[in-house]
Design a protein around this ligand. Structure first.
Ligand SMILES: NC(=O)c1ccc[n+]([C@@H]2O[C@H](COP(=O)([O-])OP(=O)(O)OC[C@H]3O[C@@H](n4cnc5c(N)ncnc54)[C@H](O)[C@@H]3O)[C@@H](O)[C@H]2O)c1
Length: 505
């Protein structure tokens, strides 16, 4: 099954933000494109807006003037739905309401030919539910583009229960022919990206709500230690708190209020008070002209320890030993079965975040997971009131001697990056076990859809298959609400060797 022929007309219904972007993609790929919108004059305005964007592509020399003129001549707004007769693909990007979408597709079925592929760009409704209104639901598929559609490469191709394999394949190949990177997803709340990305926001908000750290510090740790492009607070201010919260609510509701997807009370307050982010001038941060961005917490300089004793295998933080030696600090290695830690000269211990809190131990400072300890420019530390000042100072001085800024946060289990990554891995493994997508497609979707520095499976392979489950087990002990309960799939994933898994795949 191949992509749609470029001579086949494509229709875009609903010509707001997404419809315009999708129409531009199909048009630049070479299709004749028709636009339809129920708001009077909107399809024409959309055609003008797309024309203006094509002009800018010419200015940026990404399109020749001749290509622009040809594309413009292929673009046609229509005033009636019947103007879409003869189209080979209709992509719908109207209001996010089941009844509105169902009614539209019912009407379209009487207009377009029987072999016309019908697609919805819905982000939160069930593709199966929308397709349930159709006489021929086999040709109905989800084509979930990301905003802005001309720029973002990812497209989730979503198969509802009734979608034919041939329709899904044709949609997939067409998206690829349009220069996009398609991934195949089952019809599940949030599809791939919006489902697996929930903990990125939820864990940051939870650390804030438990007084673990302020937004600027959490954002800085996620960026500078976790390797994420933006922190959760600044990113949701950009997306819009209302938009981000509504995705969270929709996934939570669709999973019958599964506690793993519980929305944030603090974000609710923001939305209720109209602090929606950049678009209203204020969200987590103040975006008014000239407003000062709060600085992340950064510890004052402290003396580095003269030596550290490394006990056991530091696992994901093993690289630290080389960095410590390179910084001229002696590392004494001691074989130890009972734990993995760095012992400081004062007798205090430095332990990689493992889901416990330091109150359970004598004189412990936890350090957070980093994407790459060599390149991370900031490391979060946490400790409790009983941790000695000397241990905190030695731990701080040690990381500062490695060239890192240090943020000391509250004694929250799993700290910031570690709990976020562990939960993302858990949801990713669970999604694959439930047939939502393949491991490779999950990794591609999370890298391209939300810019993660690594896909969850790549990350998990680096950290060790058992790492996320171990951390979540500890967190579940402390918070038995179920929010951190590792999925059954994560246990099975941790136990299976890669070869066994490949054999049974
Ligand atoms: N905005 C995003 O970031 C984003 C990302 C991915 C998917 N989506 C999904 O794309 C769809 C559209 O979102 P948007 O942000 O472009 O919305 P929008 O409000 O910018 O545009 C919707 C357009 O649909 C038109 N419309 C409404 N009912 C119609 C009907 N029955 N027939 C024809 N036109 C109709 C409206 O007049 C409007 O022009 C939604 O399903 C949304 O969930 C949005």
């Amino acid at each position: 099954m191949t992509a749609l022929d470029l001579s086949s007309p494509v229709a875009v219904v609903g010509t707001g933000t997404m419809g315009q972007g999708i129409a531009q993609v199909a048009l630049v790929a070479g299709h004749p494109v028709r636009l339809y919108d129920t708001a009077p004059g909107q399809a024409r305005r959309a055609a003008d807006a797309i024309g203006a964007r094509l002009d800018r592509l010419v200015e940026k020399e990404r399109l020749t003037a001749a290509e622009r003129d040809a594309a413009r001549s292929r673009l046609r707004p229509v005033d009636e739905l019947t103007g879409l007769a003869g189209c080979s693909l209709v992509v719908e990007a109207v209001l996010e309401r089941l009844d509105v979408k169902q009614e539209l597709f019912r009407a379209l079925e009487d207009i377009v030919p029987e072999d016309c592929l019908l697609a919805t760009n819905t982000s939160s409704l069930s593709v199966t539910a929308i397709g349930g209104a159709l006489r021929l639901p086999g040709r109905f598929v989800g084509l979930h583009f990301f905003n802005p559609a001309p720029l973002l490469p990812l497209v989730e191709v979503v198969s509802g229960f009734a979608t034919d394999v041939t329709s899904a394949t044709r949609a997939y190949e067409t998206a690829r022919a349009w220069g996009k990177t398609p991934v195949a997803s089952a019809d599940t709340p949030g599809f791939i990206v919006n489902r697996i990305a929930r903990p990125f926001y939820a864990e940051a908000f939870a650390v804030y709500e438990s007084q673990g750290a302020d937004p600027a510090t959490i954002d800085a740790v996620l960026r500078e230690s976790g390797g994420f492009r933006m922190g959760a607070f600044e990113l949701t201010d950009l997306i819009g708190q209302d938009v981000n919260e509504s995705v969270t609510h929709s996934v939570w509701r669709s999973f019958f209020q599964d506690v793993r997807f519980t929305p944030s009370l603090a974000q609710r307050r923001l939305v209720e008070s109209g602090r929606l982010g950049r678009k209203t001038g204020r969200g987590w941060y103040d975006h008014a002209d000239g407003a000062e961005r709060p600085e992340p917490h950064t510890a004052e300089p402290a003396e580095p320890p003269a030596y550290v004793i490394a006990e056991g295998d530091l696992g994901p933080a093993a690289e630290l030993l080389a960095l410590i030696r390179e910084a001229g600090i002696e590392v004494r290695e001691r074989d130890e079965d009972s734990g993995t830690r760095l012992v400081l000269p004062g007798g205090g211990q430095l332990v990689l975040a493992d889901g416990q809190t330091s109150v359970e131990f004598l004189d412990v400072v936890y350090f957070d997971l980093a994407l790459d300890y060599r390149t991370a420019s900031r490391i979060a530390l946490s400790h409790c009131r009983d941790t000695s000042a000397r241990t905190v100072a030695e731990a701080t001085g040690l990381f500062q001697a490695l060239g890192k800024k240090v943020s000391v946060i509250g004694d929250v289990p799993g700290m910031i990056v570690a709990r976020t990554v562990a939960r993302i891995i858990d949801l990713a493994v669970d999604a694959v076990a439930r047939g939502v997508a393949t491991e490779d497609d999950v990794d591609t979707a999370m890298r391209l859809g939300v810019n993660y520095p690594l896909g969850p499976f790549e990350w998990s392979r680096r950290l060790g298959r058992g790492w996320a489950g171990g951390l979540l087990d500890e967190m579940h002990d402390i918070d038995p609400s179920g929010r951190y309960a590792p999925s059954l799939a994560l246990y099975q994933y941790a136990c299976a060797t890669p070869d066994e898994r490949e054999d049974t795949a």
